[in-house]
Ligand binder design. Structure first.
Ligand code: HPA
Length: 247
């Protein structure tokens, strides 16, 4: 039985190169996860894959049932979750198609179901979230990238925005002043829910575009370019995942 799950983001709805063993439709007390759990195998190691936006990429960031996704992974015995996430690059060292393993988060989202601890009959619980990502898992991603010869930005602050629209240039300026290196729409509450469930969680981010008002996004953000860069970045993510499974 595996203890490793991958939550795939935009550009990674399935895992090529990994043999599919079975698919399971599941339900949780919080409703349905984004899609069926896909059990795969590579080199004798089992892995579970869950596409964050649904199999056909139909669920926008603010409608994802983050609680059901994390709950179901915990429920089947997962201990470690690698999240793959497309981001916009704010830091000039994060141009399109570059990979990053963030070590901090600033949460700008609102109105999302962001805890399993709703009070009521249960206790009031405040998890420690000083360091939102699991350091061992971050290092595993970094080591795998390095040994595959893939350049990766080792750290950075992930700013989680509400979406589904992209940001204004002024919002990105403010996020940079706040200390954000990259911007995405799905990092929260996913990371916090994983911590509540005591899952080791880390993100491998793929820069899909310069954030609004930066680089070649100065005039506008081109969807065509996003697809192109994501495709390039996700090829590298696949190589890293296969490397992790081979170790
Ligand atoms: N902003 C927010 N989320 C994103 C972006 C962006 O520029 N690119 C990919 N996901």
């Amino acid at each position: 039985m595996t203890d490793l799950a991958i939550i795939g983001g935009t550009g990674l709805n399935k895992l090529e190169g990994i043999n599919i063993i079975k698919r399971r439709v599941v339900r949780t007390p919080f409703g349905e996860p984004s899609g069926p759990l896909t059990y795969g195998e590579y080199n004798g190691r089992e892995i579970v894959f869950l596409p964050r936006h649904g199999t056909g990429h139909t669920i926008p960031p603010h409608k994802i049932n983050y609680r059901a996704n994390i709950w179901t992974l915990k429920d089947i015995g997962i201990k470690q979750v690698i999240s793959i996430a497309a981001v916009g690059g704010i830091n000039p060292h994060l141009p399109p198609a570059r990979l990053a393993v963030p070590d901090q988060i600033i949460d700008y989202t609102w109105g999302r179901e962001n805890t399993f601890y709703e009070g009521g009959a249960g206790k009031v619980i405040h998890i420690d979230f000083s360091y939102p990502y699991n350091e061992n898992l971050r290092q595993r991603i970094i080591t795998a990238a390095k040994s595959a010869g893939i350049g990766i930005f080792e750290g950075g602050t992930y700013g989680a925005t509400q979406g589904p629209r992209l940001e204004t240039a002024a919002e990105i300026d403010r996020m940079e002043t706040d200390g954000c290196d990259m911007v995405g729409m799905t990092g929260m509450p996913e990371a916090a829910l994983a911590r509540e469930m005591e899952l080791a969680y880390a993100t491998c981010a793929v820069v899909a575009n310069h954030a609004a008002g930066r680089g070649n996004s100065k005039e506008e953000i081109s969807m065509k370019n996003i697809e192109l860069y994501l495709h390039q970045g996700m090829q590298q993510v696949r190589t890293i995942l296969i490397k992790i499974l081979s170790d």
